[in-house]
Design a protein around this ligand. Structure first.
Ligand code: ARG
Length: 581
């Protein structure tokens, strides 16, 4: 059940009897919102002001006319018209209780319906440039993309995750150049990625200060692209261990993709793309380079350089064409750093001119991960922070906290193995949650202390809340599976109980908000609020010691729904729960 959608459709039916135009009906019905403040009811409809203007009538009068035509008595109490014409709606307790009871046996979805009209989404996320170690900057794209993928899929959309890895860029020129001069077979056999990283760092440093090295690197890249057999064979050797390394990181993060069609996959299509753009009159030569000039942009979108080389832009155009042919998506979402916004604006404008003008192309941009000093997060030596080390440290610190908490118990609950599992989930969860909880367009400061805190809007707090709710079942010796099947009714007698019940049912609305603007932080906000409502409920409403058996069962049902909503919500963020911590 999606309460907001239900109310909007009831309002639309009433509005249709006051306005002709269906679009206006939809817009006005969209002005039903959850209330900011419980004293104005659960939901509020604010369309009387806008409609009053259109009809040249006082808004309070218009509000009364809407209410008169509104058929909602099965789910809300008599609507109340307030102030200049706000319509305040309070759901009936009995109706809320019934919907909760209905959601209770729905294990997987907790009553969240799939969308009526599923769309096809291609999600382009992570996309590391392989052959250099993954660093802190890769977290955001990977984690935000994965969360959006999970939410869209859960809502019933067709989702295709495609990792557009950078497996064809100048970093290969560096490594090939390095290999030819300083490559160490034994070291490569022993630890391939470490050896490649060594070569990459060495050449990268040399190329920065020495023009000849820089030029030689470019020549190696050009040779690779031109099909030189030696460079191609080296590339074939270098790539697999690099991919294995990033796959290991994905495994640890619990992130997966349906495809990983990297830049190299499009190599053969690039010349054709440029030809086609030329033939359609979209690209023309300027200073020897092939350019697409787009209105509103000062710089042209370059698709082929003077020396014949193709660019990132060319590959991205070929990728759009491939995805459109292969999957016919309704939307392609690019979860990429905000610094690439100009690239995507030009890419999308070019694609539209090229004929892809129906598909929704979106740059899901995000800000930078900052260090304590407010600058991009770097190690003390100024290098970017490696992702593996970052995860290790979070897990190690989580392990310390888990052991400390457990040792403080009269009798520790966790085995040595449990402690390790919990620490891994808490540590990785902390990194993910801290990233997702920030509005993606802002920068945020990376802080282990903050992200691992047991209170506040953190993964540890959410995981703890989940564990706390579930522990009730053990304490009361209650089997949740049997509980869900019982005929017992849910009652919402205490305000804290009612507020919790309503919050559980609003999960579906939170997911809609996430998708509306592709913002996972709206889900963390929701979960944090839900955990808070649970705390208030727990303080005010005895569960195991409830006055009657019926009330005890009703409250246990609410606990179970809360636990499952927290678990599902965290799962959609890619975070695992623990039963004890
Ligand atoms: N490899 C790119 C980088 O590290 C990101 C790729 C993003 N996706 C895309 N289709 N351009 O900057």
């Amino acid at each position: 059940m999606n309460i907001l959608a239900e109310l909007r459709s009831r309002f639309a039916a009433a509005l249709r009897r006051l306005v002709e135009d269906e679009r206006t009906v939809g817009e006005l019905a969209g002005l039903v919102m959850p209330s900011q403040d419980a004293k104005f009811g659960d939901y509020q409809a604010n369309m009387a002001m806008a409609l009053g203007k259109r009809l040249a009538k006082p808004p309070r009068e218009v509000a009364a006319a809407i209410v008169e035509r509104l058929d909602v008595s099965d789910l809300v109490e008599a609507p109340d018209i307030a102030g200049p014409g706000f319509i305040n709606l309070r759901l009936r307790d009995s109706w809320l209780a019934g919907v909760l009871k209905h959601a209770s046996p729905d294990l997987e979805r907790i009553g969240v319906e799939k969308v009526a009209a599923p769309r096809t989404f291609v999600l382009d996320y992570s996309g590391p440039n392989v052959a250099k170690p993954m660093h802190v900057g890769h977290i955001r794209s990977t984690v935000i993309g994965d969360a959006l993928y999970r939410v869209l899929k859960f809502l019933g959309h067709r989702t295709i995750g495609d990792n557009h890895i950078g497996d064809w860029g100048t970093q290969f020129g560096m490594i090939i150049y390095g290999w030819k001069h300083w490559g160490d077979e034994a070291a490569f056999a022993e630890a391939p990625v470490a050896e490649l990283t060594r070569l990459y760092r060495k050449v990268n440093q040399l190329a920065e200060s020495d023009e000849q090295t820089a030029a030689a690197v470019l020549r190696e890249t050009a040779k690779l692209h031109a099909g030189d057999s030696e460079n191609r064979a080296l590339w074939d050797r270098i790539l697999p261990p690099c991919l294995a390394e990033i796959d290991e990181t994905y495994r640890r993060l619990g992130v997966r993709f349906d495809h990983a069609l990297g830049e190299s996959f499009y190599e053969d299509a690039l010349a054709g793309v440029v030809e086609d753009l030329k033939a359609k009159g979209l690209a023309r030569e300027s200073d020897g380079a092939m350019c697409v000039f787009i209105e509103g942009f000062e710089a042209p979108f370059i698709v082929q350089k003077k020396d014949g080389a193709f660019l990132y832009a060319t590959t991205d155009l070929a990728t759009i064409r491939y995805r459109m042919r292969e999957w016919q998506p309704d939307a392609i979402l690019y979860v990429v750093d905000h610094r690439q916004s100009q690239h995507f604006e030009q890419l999308f404008a070019t694609a539209r001119l090229w004929g892809y003008d129906e598909v929704e192309l979106q740059h899901i941009s995000f800000g930078t991960v900052l260090g304590d000093d407010g600058k991009a997060f770097k190690t003390r030596s100024g290098a970017s922070v490696g992702l593996t080390g970052l995860l290790d440290e979070a897990v190690e610190r989580a392990y310390g906290i888990v052991c400390e908490n457990d040792d403080a118990r009269p009798a520790p609950l966790l085995s040595a193995e449990d402690r390790r599992t919990v620490a891994e989930r808490v540590g990785i969860g902390a990194i993910k949650y801290a990233d997702l909880a920030h509005n993606r367009t802002s920068d945020y400061k990376f802080s282990y202390d903050k992200m691992l805190a047991m209170t506040g809007n953190t993964a540890a707090y959410m995981q703890y809340s989940y564990a706390r709710v579930s522990s009730i079942f053990g304490k009361g010796d209650v089997d949740p599976a049997a509980l869900r099947l019982s005929a017992a009714a849910i009652t919402l007698s205490h305000p804290a109980e009612r507020a919790l019940g309503l919050a559980i049912l609003q999960f579906s609305e939170a997911l809609d908000r996430v998708v509306a603007d592709y913002r996972p932080n709206l889900l963390t906000d929701y979960l944090y609020d839900l955990a808070g409502k649970y705390s208030a409920f727990f303080e005010n409403c005895p569960v195991l010691k409830a006055e009657t058996d019926a009330l005890r069962t009703s409250r246990l049902l609410l606990c179970d729904l809360t636990a499952r909503t927290l678990q599902r919500g965290l799962n959609l963020l890619g975070i695992e729960v623990v039963e004890r911590m």
